[in-house]
Design a protein around this ligand. Structure first.
Ligand SMILES: [Zn+2]
Ligand SMILES: [Zn+2]
Ligand SMILES: [Zn+2]
Length: 141
């Protein structure tokens, strides 16, 4: 389940040096199971400047090791990507859990809409907001 052990490899394979601050950020992320804010992560890494934490998260985001989760209330959290590739999010407004899902036909449809509008697409994200199966209670499938 964990993507942490190969995250460091991926960083180096893509030509980035695994500096001490980057390793510390990766370690901290490996031990989070909930979506986090830069502030929360930064508080757990008192020896690393917030700007460094922020830049590292940006880099990990480009490598799809971490993904950005825009919340319904306008806030932003980050999570360790479980699949390590492009995906969409189901975000529970009660417990805050984030579930990944993948849908190539949705991606194709989004790209087609951009093309039809003459729009040059750089990327997309999709967030679905609501309540997860466990928050909905026993009856939900
Ligand atoms: Zn994600
Ligand atoms: Zn929930
Ligand atoms: Zn997509």
């Amino acid at each position: 389940m964990s993507t942490a052990p190969d995250s460091a490899d991926r960083l180096e394979v893509t030509g980035y040096r695994l500096t001490a601050p980057r390793r510390a950020v990766l370690d901290a992320i490996a031990h989070t199971n909930r979506p986090f804010t830069i502030e929360e992560l930064s508080d757990r890494l008192p020896n690393i400047g917030r700007a460094t934490v922020f830049r590292t998260i940006k880099l990990l985001q480009e490598l799809e090791i971490v993904c950005r989760v825009p919340l319904e209330d306008g806030g932003v959290r980050y999570e360790r990507s479980r699949s390590g590739r492009h995906h969409h999010h189901l975000i529970c407004s009660e417990c805050g859990s984030v579930t990944e899902f993948n849908d190539p036909s949705l991606d194709a449809s989004i790209e087609e809409n951009a093309t039809l509008a003459g729009f040059e697409l750089d990327g997309h994200s999709a967030e679905l907001y609501g309540r997860c199966a466990s928050c909905r209670g026993g009856g939900a499938l």
